[in-house]
Design a protein around this ligand. Sequence first.
Ligand code: GDP
Length: 279
Amino acid sequence: LAPILLHFLYSTATPYTTLPSVLLLGPPGAGKTALTTLFERGPLDLPLAKTHTSQVPSAIELSINSDDPSSASYKTNLDEAGATAKKFLLVDTPGHPKLRASSLAHLNSAEPTIKSSLVSDGGAKSKIKAVVFMVDAAALADGDALPSTAEYLYDVLLTLQKRFHSRNGSRAPASMPVLVAANKLDLFTALPAALVKSNLEAELGRIRAARSKGLLDSGVGQDDLAAGEEGDWLGGDGSEKFSFAQMMEFDVDVDVIGGSVTGDGPGAEKWWKWIGERV
Ligand code: GDP
């Protein structure tokens, strides 16, 4: 009987592959691996796992209190608390510029999915429910990291914007929430979240202007720009300044929230709650 019972338990267990995913993006060194380790293990009193150097995304399975995600903490042991757990995958991606295209490719459809064979051998796909774009708020403070960070974020947001137009029959694509997680706020040199937001918006605006100028210089006329090439213009038309709010038009809802993974800072609770409300 035991093997039959075991088989039964096995086959009725929720397969890994149907869990929804949260995609973790961002430049190298932002703290993605540290965050993954924190959520997986709880408060970090052990040495951190090594940074993610592999070329493929890695995923971990996490649980959140589905009775009340807003009151949940990643520090709570859900089994002990007797709470109903909602499970999801946090998919950490390599931040290296050469590997970004494959991370972005996952977002490039009306119903973004990621192959869960990353996690198990099943061929099924996991639905991406939200994107967390992690940035190093201390590195952004000295300005050097701003252009490259914004460049990556621009491509993420533009991919999601283009996705808005890729309809599946008459159904509009599901909205995609994006959390810009301003990390390392334990460091006194780090920019506060409000400045991370405004600096990124200003830089995204600069990139947008530069890219459309590039198109003009390359011989694409104003009329062509208006007609077809506006596909590369991030955010709403006719606005001089870029703001994240312009992404709402494409059902891309961007929040910028500060936090820290290590050190004596604000911690990661707000990010955890944000995720919990969206999986
Ligand atoms: P990844 O490349 O995005 O995966 O970045 P890692 O997780 O490897 O982190 C890069 C470095 O930043 C490591 O040395 C981490 O210890 C450090 N780090 C991560 N989060 C924080 C934080 O909140 N505060 C500080 N001070 N350092 C952090």
